[in-house]
Design a protein around this ligand. Structure first.
Ligand SMILES: [Cu+2]
Length: 194
């Protein structure tokens, strides 16, 4: 099913572009791996924030719990399987995402809590803003492959080949067929602080 309202994302080395999406798209230019970065996915008001992250392989991600109740963070995804058992406050440790792929994050206590991490083996990536636009900066001239990913895409969008000249600032537009994000029921905080 086509959703023209959410259709477009773009990448540009110098010009922002406008388009609309219901959730962030990830733009990736495939190149060699280089890691060592850090990122965080917080738990706030019994939700993961942000909903979608993109990190390079080798990135260490912490999961600080800003709520006064316990969360239990896990992933069964082949790209990274892990579990951080019941905790609150500071992340008991960091998880290093060492393989490219999509990692679905959940909470064992709160079924509605969902987040996605796209792990990529390139330093050149970006997440689109609310307008569906993203910008990749400081790319050396050369030949690239541009990939797009959306957590609710109906099919994998086709990759694009891109040759960058030193002064060029190309704008690339993608139309992605996605399903709207479904609202999941989140009960009010009860006396047991569920
Ligand atoms: Cu939870």
């Amino acid at each position: 099913m086509k959703h023209p309202n959410f259709g477009l994302a773009a990448v540009s080395a110098s010009q922002p572009t406008m388009s609309r999406l219901a959730a962030p798209l990830i733009l990736v230019l495939a190149l060699c791996a280089f890691g060592g970065a850090r990122a965080a996915i917080e738990q706030v008001d019994r939700e993961f924030v942000p909903f979608v992250s993109v990190v390079q392989t080798g990135t260490a991600v912490s999961f600080p719990n800003r709520d006064a109740i316990l969360h239990h963070v896990y992933s069964f995804s082949p790209a990274k399987t892990f579990e951080i058992k019941l905790y609150t406050g500071k992340s008991p440790g960091e998880i290093v995402f060492d393989k490219p792929g999509v990692v679905n994050i959940g909470c064992n206590i709160h079924d509605w809590m969902v987040a996605y991490i796209l792990v990529v083996s390139t330093p050149y990536f970006a997440k689109t803003n609310d307008a569906g636009a993203a910008r990749l900066r400081d790319l050396p001239a050369g030949a690239y492959e541009l990939r797009v990913w959306h957590p609710r895409q109906n099919a994998t969008p086709e990759n694009r080949s891109l040759v960058l000249e030193s002064s060029a600032a190309p704008m690339v537009t993608f139309a992605v067929d996605v399903q709207p994000r479904k609202a999941r029921y989140k009960p009010p905080l009860d006396r047991l602080k569920y």
